[in-house]
Design a protein around this ligand. Structure first.
Ligand code: SF4
Length: 329
């Protein structure tokens, strides 16, 4: 058994069992780009409604290019890693005259990395390449019993079928997501015949996992200043973490103070992660008798139209519930 023969079993398995995602119904480079960027660090079922809404709002590269950044960030709200949305907006400018077809030209576009470039080459242009996301790295590392994923990629690409290679490349992604997971179900795997790690009983050795750096924990008191029926927000500046997004006023606090606030604010704490931080936010409402300098005061309806960070979006929804309850009390 070799990858050359096993890949046909993989193809059959994929074509017969693949999940029905909107980005698989109609394939073009723009749709591949958007779906693959959205799928980074986010589960496919979570991405579906975001992708569908995005395609309604920005059905073409041209539409994305012409959209204001704030609208793009709003459509991304909840997916996190907002730099990806900003990069897509920038990329639309470079792509509006046509999509490049080569790896090096794709890589020259802001926000397109090796995985996305390979995914576009494979799914949209049907080239003989494999896009190596974390799932595919796991599958191929086990299949060839190699911890060097580059070597595993080269071996698989050398043997990749000439006919519709994109089905094999996508099948590997699907296999890694459903069968060859952290705890693989090898009895259902179409690659089991030639899988080296499975046949030599060494699955636990592949792939070699790097120790993840522990993220820094930050305790933040989030003060929602209320002036009449308006609430104070700030838009983060370019170059800062969460650039262009909106947040309520927040300041660092100690764990002790944070725990005390949790007992008395009437709001729930919110935990959010970004890059190497783990933010713990505790909101509290403070009524003021004049607007505060440096803050923009918006109604709740206006807040809903602005792009907030995922943590502050959850705070905004707590605020909405809080005033709904007040109204009916
Ligand atoms: S046989 Fe098991 S370890 Fe090998 S590719 Fe299939 S699921 Fe993964």
């Amino acid at each position: 058994m070799s990858f050359k023969t096993d890949q046909e079993s993989l193809r059959n398995w994929f074509l017969n069992t693949k999940r029905d995602f909107p980005w698989r119904k109609e394939v073009d480079p723009y749709r591949v780009l958007i779906s693959e960027v959205m799928l980074q660090q986010t589960r496919a079922d979570v991405v579906v409604p975001y992708f569908e809404r995005w395609m309604r709002l920005f059905p073409t590269v041209q539409a994305l290019k012409e959209a204001p950044l704030e609208k793009v960030l709003k459509a991304w709200e909840g997916l996190g890693y907002y730099s990806r949305a900003r990069n897509l907006h920038k990329a639309a400018e470079a792509l509006s005259n046509g999509f490049p077809r080569t790896y090096s030209e794709l890589m020259a576009i802001r926000g397109i990395g090796p995985y996305t470039a390979n995914a576009i080459e494979s799914f949209a242009f049907h080239k003989k390449v494999i896009a190596m996301d974390v799932n595919v790295k796991r599958v191929l590392s086990r299949y060839f019993a190699l911890n060097c994923t580059k070597e595993a990629k080269n071996l698989a690409e050398e043997q990749l079928a000439k006919s519709k290679p994109q089905e094999i490349a996508e099948g590997l992604i699907e296999l890694g997501a459903r069968i060859c997971t952290k705890k693989p179900t090898c009895s259902n795997c179409p690659l089991a015949g030639g899988c080296k790690a499975f046949n030599q009983g060494s699955i636990s050795l592949f792939p070699l996992l790097k120790k993840r750096k522990k993220s820094e924990e930050l305790f933040l008191e989030t003060i929602i200043y209320q002036y009449k029926n308006r609430f104070g927000v700030q838009q983060r500046k370019k170059g800062e973490l969460f650039a262009d997004l909106f947040l309520f006023y927040e300041k660092k606090t100690t764990k002790k103070n944070f725990d005390e606030l949790c007992q008395r604010t009437g709001f729930k704490k919110v935990i959010a992660t970004a890059t190497c931080y783990r933010f713990k936010l505790i909101p509290r409402l403070e009524v003021v008798d004049a607007p505060i300098e440096g803050l923009e005061f918006l109604t709740l309806d206006e807040c809903l139209k602005r792009p907030f960070t995922s943590g502050h979006k959850r705070i905004l929804h707590q605020l909405l519930t809080y005033f709904e309850r007040e109204k009916t009390a």
